[in-house]
Design a protein around this ligand. Structure first.
Ligand SMILES: Cc1cc2nc3c(=O)[nH]c(=O)nc-3n(C[C@H](O)[C@H](O)[C@H](O)COP(=O)(O)OP(=O)(O)OC[C@H]3O[C@@H](n4cnc5c(N)ncnc54)[C@H](O)[C@@H]3O)c2cc1C
Length: 628
């Protein structure tokens, strides 16, 4: 067990089973192997291990999170560190022109808790309409809003009882959900500006009714600290004798014999590749980039593509297609350089920072100005918002003060030196406030492909985003909204000025014109960390889907996929809460399937023949060993 002391808080991480596993992977007969201990995997492993008779092995490529992951205000300090996979996209003919090597950075947690250990802790579930569509448009029976709400509630320990509505919230769940605090004076200025353009204040973004307005969102924090799925689910379960957690263990392949997933191959820290088997199921939770890659390496994916790499195709499924994300445009930058000496600006900036930082030691949750969220619709005919506007403050001259010595905007969005220079220049004069419109309902998709058959290589990530004219128009409406905000009395009175970003690549365009903003989109539009949907869930007979509504990978017995990659369509919000919901419901589906928990999943046929087929486990295993 590893114990980190932080002030009064002792964090006890799960013991590491990796050494024992690598010594002898047959020592224990596991019932379930969970691949990846992220938002979904840590939840699934904890939930399955509630059944004492089941031996559950969780294999995670990363290790315990470093101490800096605890402080919400410093969430972006974790990017591009050893707990980030730091993937890069392929080049795109239209986008990413302002990024290093014209490739877009894709951060993902490489650590227990996965991306929930490095994310920004924004806790939003998505809209009622999202889940209606999952069912009605994408055929995911059992996944309508009424079906998923109990699982959002099951996880939740909602701290702010003054806003508690029992219809949508609950207390006593594993995941602590807390409102945020801030001392940032810009909060009330922007709130007033939004009011003046007829937006209303929302007191709960997770309510059932559509939310168009601004307000404070809830966060996955507990006592001022991050509440990842590691902390919420895995740590409380880690004393169970039937739960085994192997860290720094990279799964390299799912072993499938005669159409049955019997175990996985994995890489020990010594470099050796070993195999471990399970009697019931392999549950793949490696996240939206690595899950598709692992499926393809294991023979499940588009036949033609697998053949290109000499991989025998076990089942021809559209793995890696339909990739989605929320594109953002963090290019609306305000400074606060009222006529006053730089010394005064310096003092104000550092006083505010100190005050915000002091909240951590008082166990109070803060994300600074980011607490102020806006949901907006680009046209009046819409019922639900199609734009989210995130705000964040960068203290004076702080863009280059990151521990990994990489510029803040390179860390967060992958911007090139030519671009970060432009932000830096503004940041030398004053704090900067960035407002980033984000499109919530993308139309265009990307794709994950194999670069090679080496599981340690990153896959090829093709982001063909913003190819629909409507998406550009929506982003432009988001930009227009912020420009409008910049002209309100409260913003002007407060001395907040929307600055021109003098991007070298857009020098030919006049600031604030449509052509200028399109150039900005081509240079700076970046996905907002929500990559999902590369292995869509849907009806068994729909050729566009990879898993059925019971989360079984089609055509393979004993293999489920439970993580953000199965969202049939990305939710119109940040994706962590919906991923945890998928894991909660997915765990119950598994329990139900084995008859260990009674739940009404009337739309799903229960106890299908997979279980009995899977009981030939010993025979299948013998055959695998024989074939090897
Ligand atoms: C920087 C950042 C900020 C974000 N901010 C927010 C936010 O504020 N709010 C929000 O709702 N969402 C946010 N998100 C998105 C959200 O965190 C993710 O959608 C969610 O965590 C996805 O969960 P997952 O289980 O699909 O994948 P992950 O949580 O990424 O888990 C996958 C796990 O599998 C492990 N793994 C991968 N391959 C292997 C292998 N071969 N062998 C063993 N283990 C493996 C990984 O190391 C990882 O632990 C953010 C994401 C990032 C990266």
């Amino acid at each position: 067990m590893v114990c980190v002391l932080q002030g009064y808080h002792a964090i006890i991480y799960p013991s590491d089973y990796a050494y024992m596993l690598c010594e002898d992977p047959t020592q224990v007969t596991f019932n379930f192997i969970v691949v990846g201990g992220g938002s979904a995997g840590a939840t699934v492993a904890a939930r399955l291990s509630e059944i004492p008779e089941w031996k559950v092995l969780l294999l995670e490529a990363g290790s315990d999170p470093p101490e800096q992951t605890e402080n919400p205000l410093l969430w972006n300090f974790n990017l591009r560190t050893k707990c980030d996979w730091t993937f890069f996209s392929e080049k795109n003919p239209l986008l990413f022109k302002g990024m290093e090597h014209e490739r877009c950075i894709i951060s993902r947690g490489l650590v227990l808790g996965g991306s929930s250990s490095i994310n920004a802790m924004i806790h939003l579930r998505g809209t009622v309409e999202d889940f209606r569509q999952w069912k009605n448009k994408y055929g995911c029976y059992g996944w309508d809003y009424e079906d998923v709400l109990p699982y959002f509630k099951k996880s939740e320990d909602f701290v702010d009882l003054s806003r508690f509505d029992p219809e949508i919230h609950s207390v006593g769940g594993m995941l602590t959900v807390t409102p945020l605090t801030t001392f940032d004076p810009a909060y009330s200025v922007i709130a007033e500006a939004e009011q003046s353009i007829h937006l209303v204040e929302m007191n709960d973004f997770n309510r059932k009714e559509p939310v168009i307005g601004y307000g404070n969102f809830d966060s996955t924090t507990r006592n001022g600290r991050r509440c990842s799925t590691l902390k919420a689910f895995l740590m409380p379960a880690s004393n169970r004798p039937n739960l085994y957690v192997a860290k720094n263990t990279i799964v390299t392949k799912i072993i499938i014999v005669d159409g049955v997933a019997v175990g996985v191959e994995f890489k020990c820290s010594s470099g050796e590749i070993k195999s471990v088997f399970c009697t019931n199921e392999v549950v793949l939770c490696a996240g939206p980039i690595k899950s598709p890659q692992l499926l393809m390496l294991s023979g499940i994916g588009p036949r033609e593509h697998l053949n290109e790499h000499g991989i025998h195709c076990i089942n021809d499924l559209p793995v890696g297609l339909n990739l989605q994300d929320h594109m953002s445009i963090p290019a609306l930058v305000f400074t606060d350089r009222k006529c006053r000496p730089i010394e005064d600006i310096k003092k104000e900036s550092s006083d505010l920072l100190k005050k915000e930082m002091s909240l951590f030691s008082k166990n109070i949750s803060t994300l600074g100005l980011s607490k102020l969220m806006t949901f907006y619709k680009s046209n009046d005919d819409l019922v639900y918002p199609d734009l989210q506007i995130i705000k964040f403050r960068v203290p004076l001259n702080a863009t280059n003060s990151f521990p990994n010595r990489i510029n803040l905007f390179t860390n967060m969005f992958g911007y090139s030196k030519e671009v970060t220079n432009v932000y830096d220049e503004l940041n030398l004069l004053s704090d900067i406030i960035v407002m980033a419109p984000i499109i919530l309902q993308p139309l265009s998709t990307g794709r994950i492909k194999l670069k090679s058959v080496n599981p340690l290589d990153d896959p090829s990530i093709i982001l063909d985003y913003l190819t629909h004219e409507e998406e550009i128009e929506t982003l432009l409406k988001g930009i227009e909204f912020v420009v409008k905000l910049s002209k309100t009395k409260s913003i002007i009175d407060a001395g907040l000025v929307l600055e021109e970003l003098k991007l070298p690549n857009c020098a030919d365009y006049v600031w604030k014109t449509r052509d200028y903003w399109i150039c900005v989109i081509q240079n700076l539009a970046a996905p907002f960390y929500h990559v999902a949907s590369g292995c869509r869930m849907g009806p068994e007979d729909d050729p566009c889907t990879v898993v059925n509504p019971k989360l079984r990978v089609k055509g393979v017995i004993g293999l489920r996929l439970i993580d953000s990659s199965i969202m049939p369509k990305i939710v119109s919000a940040n994706t962590n809460a919906a991923t945890i919901m998928l894991a909660e419901k997915g765990s119950d589906i598994i329990k139900e399937c084995y008859g260990v928990e009674e739940k009404d999943f009337s739309v799903l046929s229960i106890l299908e023949d997979d279980v009995s087929k899977r009981s030939n486990f010993k025979q299948t295993l013998k055959r695998y060993i024989f074939l090897k």
